[in-house]
Write a protein that binds this ligand. Structure first.
Ligand code: DX5
Ligand code: ZN
Length: 214
């Protein structure tokens, strides 16, 4: 079963409440929250107060994708705001193992994201701590970018590693996912599809979510 996680980054921020309700009604499985600090990536989005205000609007699990320079600073506030999964970038967390443990100590699921240029071997000693591995298929920072085709081979290799190790964290893929790229990443072994512009920009979000599942 493929999980579809719409990225709120592509929503209309002036009507965020309606957008969350619309995407929930359209059959989203979780909600992907892109938190950017203008340092790890050259863009700013939203932070903890907005996550907190969105929480009562839906029962969808909240997956916070932290594109920030100091992820540790936000773990406790995000836990209190009610997120379910926190995904940190391997490139940003200096003491990644400690960061993952501190996510899990708060009763949340822990994920790690890899930029397109970051090799899978960075995960070698932390696999057992991971609930989710997020393969970035664009360089993080902006929605609406073009899918990087090399991501497919990366997902395939990761799926094979996990099988060999008999481990089953989720493989998520984020960036440039649409009706053309989704089947490729799903065939390669991804089981969570993050999509922003493809879903929020669709005429019929429900149809798009169903179609992306394949
Ligand atoms: C990019 C974000 C993505 C983004 C994806 O840095 O992590 O979640 O919203 O947007 P699309 O699906 O439009 O590429
Ligand atoms: Zn994201």
């Amino acid at each position: 079963m493929v999980i579809v996680s719409p990225s709120l980054l592509a929503a209309n921020f002036a009507i965020l409440k309606d957008e969350v309700k619309r995407i929930d009604a359209a059959g989203a499985d979780m909600l992907h929250l892109d938190i950017m600090d203008g340092h790890f990536v050259p863009n700013l989005t939203f932070g903890v107060p907005i996550v907190k205000d969105l929480r009562p609007l839906t029962n969808l699990p909240f997956d916070a994708h932290l594109m920030v320079k100091n992820p540790d600073m936000y773990l406790e506030p995000l836990a209190v705001a009610g997120v379910d999964i926190i995904t940190v970038h391997v490139e940003a967390a200096l003491h990644l193992h400690r960061t993952l443990q501190s996510i899990k100590e708060r009763g949340l699921k822990a994920g790690v994201a890899l930029n397109p240029a970051t090799p899978l071997c960075f995960l070698e000693h932390i696999y057992s701590e991971l609930d989710l591995i997020l393969i970035m298929s664009v360089n993080p920072g902006f929605g609406g970018q073009q899918f990087i085709p090399e991501s497919v081979a990366k997902i395939k290799t990761l799926r094979r590693h996990l099988k060999n190790m008999n481990m089953a964290p989720a493989i998520a893929v984020d960036g440039g996912i649409n009706l053309e790229t989704a089947p490729k990443v799903i065939a390669a072994g991804a089981n969570i599809i993050v999509a922003g512009s493809a879903i929020f920009g669709a005429k019929d979000a429900k149809k798009m979510i169903t179609a992306l599942r394949g």
